[in-house]
Design a protein around this ligand. Structure first.
Ligand code: SF4
Ligand code: SF4
Length: 382
């Protein structure tokens, strides 16, 4: 049994509840911006007085709609996101006044061209690497271009003071998230990876940042107390770090399964974890430059080279007392699939820890096979 709070909402329950809140906001005249990635400078959306909402598809239901025009051999996250849009089955896409996207992987950036035929889509040109001054200069100029585009598209003025206020607010949210993640360091961890990933993914359906912060702070305090009262003296289970592609679409099939089979997921080195949160935006600098610096540091595999990902993993293996690493690769995600060789060597040869790589999609076809592989992996850790 996972340690879930009494008022726990599954991803689909939280997503559905958000529909009503979003409809109310739209009726009050709020503008909405749909997003897909942790490279998105959400501060710009908040500074424009608009509401950001995550549109990443985590269900296989809309995939057949996407496959009418996208190749079958494509990442399920891209197909699911596009499928929701093209089949008009995502109220959040419907309510979005514009889409804010970035040139990350090839599949996503080409899909955005097609999405742009349905709804105004602004694609920021993310540099393919961080090396040299040119990368930061070009990303900074993309922040300035975004500021103009959003002002025109949403018909608002965005001042530096608006941006500074948004930066301070988002930094507070980041700190609350980091404190929440840190619960995973406790031994044994009272926070299940299933809850952690659900909370982080459904955060996007709460449209008031102050409310998000207070939910995170309250749950963190509750979990700390739970640790003192109930967990402290319990025996620890094998402690797993998840790495690789975003896992929202395989939450039941992999994340929940790992914990049901007897291990604790103590941390995520992917877009569900501290990857995008651990660096705050510098509040003392010019806001667009500070945003450019912060978001260029996100260590996703789309960056080349990407040594910061291994450095982040090194810290997490130690800080979270990890016993084994499970990497999740979504089908046809070339950047994470190629990096997995380096990750495997780093985990097994440098850190002498067991490593398992699961390549999968959003279907249920491989559920049995995945269960067998996870069970065998956990036996090594027992
Ligand atoms: S894995 Fe990379 S491209 Fe995908 S959402 Fe995360 S940062 Fe964006
Ligand atoms: S998981 Fe990989 S292929 Fe899929 S959207 Fe993210 S970076 Fe692109």
């Amino acid at each position: 049994m996972l340690n879930l709070p009494e008022n726990f909402q599954t991803y689909s329950e939280a997503r559905q509840q958000g529909f009503i809140r979003m409809k109310e906001l739209k009726e009050k005249g709020k503008k909405v911006v749909g997003t897909f990635c942790t490279y998105t400078p959400t501060e710009m959306i908040l500074a424009a007085g608009a509401v950001p909402v995550g549109l990443c598809g985590v269900s296989d239901e809309p995939i057949p709609f996407a496959e009418k025009s996208l190749p079958k051999n494509l990442c399920p996250l891209i197909k699911s996101s596009y499928g929701f849009a093209v089949s008009d089955t995502c109220p959040y896409f419907y309510f979005s006044d514009m889409i804010l996207a970035e040139t990350t992987c090839d599949g996503k950036k080409k899909m955005y061209e097609m999405m742009g035929e349905m709804k105004y889509t602004h694609v920021m040109q993310l540099p393919p690497g961080r090396s040299g001054i040119m990368a930061l200069e070009s990303w900074h100029s993309e922040m300035l271009r975004l500021k103009n585009v959003m002002s025109q598209q949403l018909e608002v003025e965005i001042t530096d003071e608006d941006l500074r206020r948004a930066i301070r607010l988002k930094n507070r949210e980041r700190k609350a998230m980091l404190n929440f993640f840190e619960i995973g360091r406790l031994k044994p961890s009272p926070l299940s990876g299933y809850e952690l990933s659900t909370v982080i993914d459904t955060n996007s359906f709460i449209f008031d940042t102050e409310e998000k912060i207070s939910i995170l702070e309250n749950r963190t305090a509750e979990l700390r107390q739970d640790y003192e009262d109930n967990f402290k003296t319990k025996p620890s289970r094998p402690r797993i770090l998840i790495t690789g592609c975003p896992t929202g679409g395989v939450r039941e099939k992999i994340i929940r399964q790992i914990e049901e089979l007897g291990a604790d997921i103590v941390g995520f080195e992917n877009c569900c974890g501290p990857r995008a949160q651990k660096d705050l935006v510098d509040e003392s600098k010019d806001p667009c430059l500070a945003l450019a610096e912060k978001y260029l540091r996100v260590n996703c595999s789309v960056m080349s080279p990407n040594p910061a990902r291994i450095e982040a993993m090194e810290e997490m293996l130690e800080d979270y007392s990890v016993d084994g690493v499970i990497e999740v690769i979504l089908q046809a995600c070339h950047t994470f699939a190629i990096e997995s060789d380096r990750v495997k060597k780093f985990v097994t040869k440098k850190n002498h820890l067991p490593y398992l790589c699961l390549e999968t999609d959003y279907s249920q076809a491989d559920t049995g096979q995945i269960n067998t592989r996870i069970s065998a992996f956990l036996e090594i850790l027992a």
